[in-house]
Design a protein around this ligand. Structure first.
Ligand code: C5P
Length: 240
């Protein structure tokens, strides 16, 4: 059983760039002197059974990312591919490259992790791989601590329509993944039906594939808005 990783890193991070006035997407911003993407890569490279990592970036960023891989000596396990207009397209492009270059078998494992979650810890990655080996597909998720409301969005704001029991809720993080054959089937079905989801689990679920949940951590949050880098630096310092 071989293990592969896909890191979607082709977003333009409109919330962050609009709020900070910088044109640099969040995955390339510096966190404790090292780009966010490099933190994410190092976490997966620290797992010996990860055979190769496919990073999807915008076409115009490919050269810059290749230079960063050299600068931070990230080795030959990392491959850079062109991403797409939405996250799902970026992952699909990387999955196609992975399938043609590395020839992943039905039972091999593919993990997908948002490049913008730099504080993923190796132990959680290991637990996710083990859960996929046992169940076929798995995601990292956090229990909900707040009460969850369903709403209708109206021109006057949001109106509550229902309360969803929070013990039935987990907040999906990444990594998410599955056996290579299952993930390819879920993506092909989604493409055939014109379905676009914001994570891999939504594609796996609609293909009728059971997805297990592994416990996540508040540290594994997605850098999204101003202040998040400072919070990540605080977590990094306090984990040393
Ligand atoms: O946009 P969002 O914050 O959900 O992005 C999650 C991850 O997906 C980020 O690492 C981002 O770079 C990536 N992404 C991508 N291709 C896109 C949009 C987002 O690889 N077109």
């Amino acid at each position: 059983m071989r293990v592969f990783v896909i890191l979607p890193a082709a977003g333009i991070g409109t919330r962050m760039t609009a709020a900070t006035g910088t044109s640099t997407p969040k995955q390339f911003l510096s966190l404790a002197g090292v780009p966010v993407l490099v933190h994410s890569l190092r976490a997966f490279l620290s797992i010996p059974r990860v055979e190769a990592i496919y990073v999807a970036v915008q076409k115009r960023e490919i050269e810059r990312v290749r230079q960063q891989l050299d600068e931070f000596q990230l080795g030959t396990r990392v491959h850079v591919v062109a991403g797409g207009d939405v996250r799902q397209q970026s992952v699909w492009n990387a999955l196609e490259q992975l399938a043609s270059q590395a020839r992943c078998g039905e039972d091999d494992i593919v993990l997908v992790h948002d490049a913008a979650r730099p504080l993923i810890d190796p132990a959680t990655i290991e637990r996710t791989i083990d859960a996929i080996a046992e169940h076929g597909a798995a995601i990292v998720g956090m229990p909900a601590v707040d009460t969850i409301k369903q709403v209708d969005r109206t021109s006057h704001g949001a109106i509550v329509t229902a309360t969803i029991p929070r013990e039935r809720i987990v907040l999906a993080q990444t990594p998410q993944g599955a056996r290579c054959g299952l993930l390819q089937r879920a993506f092909s079905d989604a493409v055939a039906d014109g379905f676009t989801g914001t994570d891999e689990a939504s594609l796996l679920e609609r293909a009728g594939i059971e997805v297990a949940v592994v416990a996540g951590s508040p540290h594994n949050f997605k850098i999204t808005q101003p202040g998040d880098l400072e919070l990540a630096e605080f977590y990094l310092r306090s984990s040393k």
